[in-house]
Structure formats: structure tokens, C-alpha cells
Design a protein around this ligand. Structure first.
Ligand code: CTP
Length: 155
């Protein structure tokens, strides 16, 4: 029985998350996912849009995932590896080299990320105005400019 452990926030759950989790599951028999709590994200200076309970439920509903545990600190990894009898710690390549110190306890692997998608990018895209909105704002600015020009033209 090969047990794999990973951690992540999994906010605005997207295709990069799905693919990473299924590739992780293929590494062995049992995949455990540590989902970052809202408090831990806040301590990291991140704000997750979807609350922890929902993110944990979404991740737990994946066929590839056997168990979800809360990630509440950077330091818990060593204890989790021992507690759950983990054989492979694996995570996306954005963390390459960052967890090599765990290799005295288990195998450490970094998997390629899916290109072109991240929760941060999705948030930026959702926050950006629609093209029609930008058009409307430009039009409103033109009208305001005309009003200002008219006033400037007054004696
Ligand atoms: N991941 C991935 N491919 C992506 C995005 C994420 O393989 N396109 C992986 C990460 O490398 C990590 C896991 O999914 O192992 C959870 O990552 P998370 O940080 O929650 O997702 P991101 O989309 O990277 O979120 P953020 O932009 O907030 O960092």
C-alpha cells in the first residue's frame, strides 16, 4: 500500500487542480490531501474566496482523493507523514526544491503544473471589468471631457 500526501489551498477549484490530483493518485494507492484552512491562508497573506469547509468538501468528492485533512501550519508536514505512514510527498512544481528536507522521512516529488491557469489568475480575470463596461466607462469619460472643455471655453 503506497500512500501519497500533498497540500494546497484549492480555491476556485479548476482543471489544474483536477489534473494534479489524478496524477498524484496514479503514484500509489491512497491519496491524502491537506487543504489549507482560511486561518492558515490568512497567516500566509492569502485570502481564499471559497471557505475551507467547501474547499475541503470539493476536494474530498474527487475520485482521486481518499482523505482530506486540514492544513493549519507549515510545520505539520513531518508529523503528518509519520502519522499517516506516507511513502511519497508530492506537490506542484511551483514548490520545486522547497520540501527536499522531508526526504529523510519519505520520497519527495514535484509534478509539472498545468499551464495557463491558477486561482490567482481566475480572481484577476473575475475582478476585471467586461469589455462593454470598459467601453461604457470610456464613453462616460468622453462626455465628462466635453463638459470640462465647455466650462473651460466660458469667459
Ligand atoms: N496546480 C497545478 N497546476 C495549476 C495550478 C495548481 O498543478 N495550473 C497545483 C499546485 O502546484 C499545487 C496544487 O495544484 O500543488 C494546489 O495549488 P493551489 O496553490 O491551491 O492552486 P493555484 O491555482 O496555484 O493557486 P494560487 O494561484 O492561489 O497559488
Amino acid at each position: 500500500m503506497t500512500t501519497i500526501l500533498t497540500y494546497g489551498t484549492f480555491d476556485l477549484f479548476h482543471i489544474g487542480h483536477v489534473r494534479l490530483l489524478s496524477r498524484l493518485a496514479e503514484l500509489g494507492d491512497r491519496l491524502i490531501v491537506g487543504v489549507s484552512t482560511d486561518e492558515f491562508n490568512a497567516a500566509k497573506g492569502k485570502r481564499s474566496f471559497i471557505p475551507y469547509e467547501h474547499r475541503a468538501e470539493i476536494v474530498a468528492s474527487m475520485r482521486s482523493v481518499d482523505r482530506v485533512i486540514p492544513e493549519t501550519s507549515w510545520e505539520q508536514k513531518r508529523a503528518d507523514i509519520i502519522l499517516h505512514g506516507v511513502d511519497i510527498f508530492a506537490i506542484g512544481s511551483d514548490w520545486k526544491g522547497k520540501f527536499d528536507t522531508l526526504s529523510d522521512l519519505c520520497e519527495v516529488r514535484y509534478l509539472e503544473r498545468t499551464d495557463g491557469i491558477s486561482s490567482t489568475e481566475l480572481k484577476a480575470q473575475l475582478a476585471a471589468p467586461e469589455p462593454q463596461e470598459i467601453e461604457r466607462l470610456g464613453h462616460a469619460l468622453d462626455i465628462l471631457q466635453q463638459v470640462v472643455d465647455n466650462y473651460r471655453g466660458l469667459p
